[in-house]
Ligand binder design. Structure first.
Ligand SMILES: NC(=O)c1ccc[n+]([C@@H]2O[C@H](COP(=O)([O-])OP(=O)(O)OC[C@H]3O[C@@H](n4cnc5c(N)ncnc54)[C@H](OP(=O)(O)O)[C@@H]3O)[C@@H](O)[C@H]2O)c1
Length: 349
């Protein structure tokens, strides 16, 4: 058996192309197959990755015995169908966020993966960041005492349409909270895990898209936790460039992390992490570059190591299910104009 894990990639759009680069340059992985329906994407894939087999249908890729695990980077409404088929074929699966567009679908995927005994991870790659991840480590080390509050904030430019316009089709995207804020709900739950599970979410949103109130580009939510901590998750897509801030305060200190780039996929961002221990503020050294392209590369490595060496995953399918549930609860809160209980969403199986 080759020591490198043999990846089949399903979806070769804007983000799938970056997955392909990350797999191809990984020490632990090898890109052996790619599937995408359009001839344009197939030709593009063939030109960029001449040693990979190219398929026009993901089912054909799943019939290729050389494919050992599957990386799924397709429009969100297809996640459940394609992940189910990949797991049923016995492949380990790395599935992009959102894990699915309903909690019931997430639950079914988890049960299916358990039955098939395959490794199943979800693409919340920010957890692997040298900065967002260091903040988590500092919290877990008790450096800010008991965390009580987290703000996760983004300001950026509008979304791309996506292949066939799926991102602006509410039936296909699910909702826009499942697009970007899902990462921030995941971070908030991760940072505040010492306060137990999320219990309640109260959200509001509006839209600058003429005639499309469902495409909410301004969104804010308050998320409460069992132990009394709460998080504020907020974003605007009506802005410019890409600027993300996290502020976390606890009983004994505070953290303030920020990241800015001309766009989300820049390899030349500016970023900083400042810490307050109750007496003094200091700048925290960050060991390596952070940004979603760097985290994506690490995510491929982590997934390959989980398959080859049993190493832990950065984000489990259960984490992915929680993230979808928080987003769907937030969407329900926006629609009702009221706070909603998380148990009404996590209860579905
Ligand atoms: N974790 C992150 O930070 C992050 C960042 C960006 C996106 N994402 C997620 O990644 C996913 C893809 O996003 P994207 O921006 O790459 O979208 P995109 O640019 O629209 O690309 C989607 C790709 O899926 C392919 N596809 C469509 N139907 C398919 C099918 N039935 N079988 C196989 N391939 C199919 C499309 O093929 P054609 O090209 O042939 O049409 C295209 O290559 C979404 O779920 C999104 O939420 C995650």
């Amino acid at each position: 058996m080759s020591s490198r894990v043999r990846f089949g990639l399903i979806g070769f759009g804007a983000w799938g192309g970056h997955h392909a680069n990350a797999i191809a340059q990984s020490k632990g992985a090898e890109l052996v197959a790619i599937a995408a329906p359009s001839t344009t994407s197939q030709e593009n894939a063939r030109a960029r990755f001449p040693t990979a087999r190219i398929f026009d249908d993901y089912r054909k890729l799943l019939e290729d015995p050389n494919v050992e695990c599957v990386d799924i980077v397709v429009p969100s409404y297809l996640h459940y169908e394609i992940a189910s088929a990949a797991i049923q074929s016995g492949r380990h699966v790395l599935l992009e966020k959102p894990m699915a567009v309903t909690v019931a679908d997430c639950s079914e995927l988890i049960q299916l993966a358990a039955r098939q005994k395959v490794i199943f991870s979800v693409g919340h790659e920010l957890r692997l960041s040298s900065m967002w991840g260091l903040a988590k480590q500092m919290i877990d080390d008790g450096q800010i005492g008991e965390p009580l509050y987290a703000l996760v904030e983004l300001s950026r430019n509008p979304y791309r349409l996506g292949s066939g316009g799926w991102r602006y089709n509410i039936q296909q995207v699910g909702n826009w909270i499942l697009e970007e804020p899902i990462h921030f709900f995941d971070l908030a739950r991760w940072y505040l895990s010492r306060s137990g599970n999320p219990t309640r979410v109260y959200a509001t949103a509006n839209s600058s898209q003429s005639g499309h109130p469902e495409l909410q580009d301004n969104f804010s939510a308050i998320l409460n936790f069992e132990g009394g901590a709460y998080a504020v998750v907020t974003q605007t897509l009506c802005a410019f460039e890409h600027h993300q801030t996290v502020k976390i305060t606890g009983t004994g200190g505070a953290l303030w992390a920020s990241w800015s780039g001309a766009m989300d996929r820049t390899r030349h961002p500016t970023f900083s992490l400042r810490a307050f221990d109750g007496k003094t503020v200091h700048n925290v050294d960050i060991a390596k570059m952070t940004g979603e392209l760097f985290e994506l590369e690490d995510q491929i490595e982590v997934f390959a190591n989980a398959i080859r060496h049993g190493a832990p995953l950065h984000c489990t399918a259960e984490d992915g299910r929680w993230s979808v549930a928080m987003c769907l609860a937030a969407q329900a809160s926006v629609e009702r104009g009221l706070p909603v209980a998380m148990q009404d969403f996590m209860g579905q199986t």
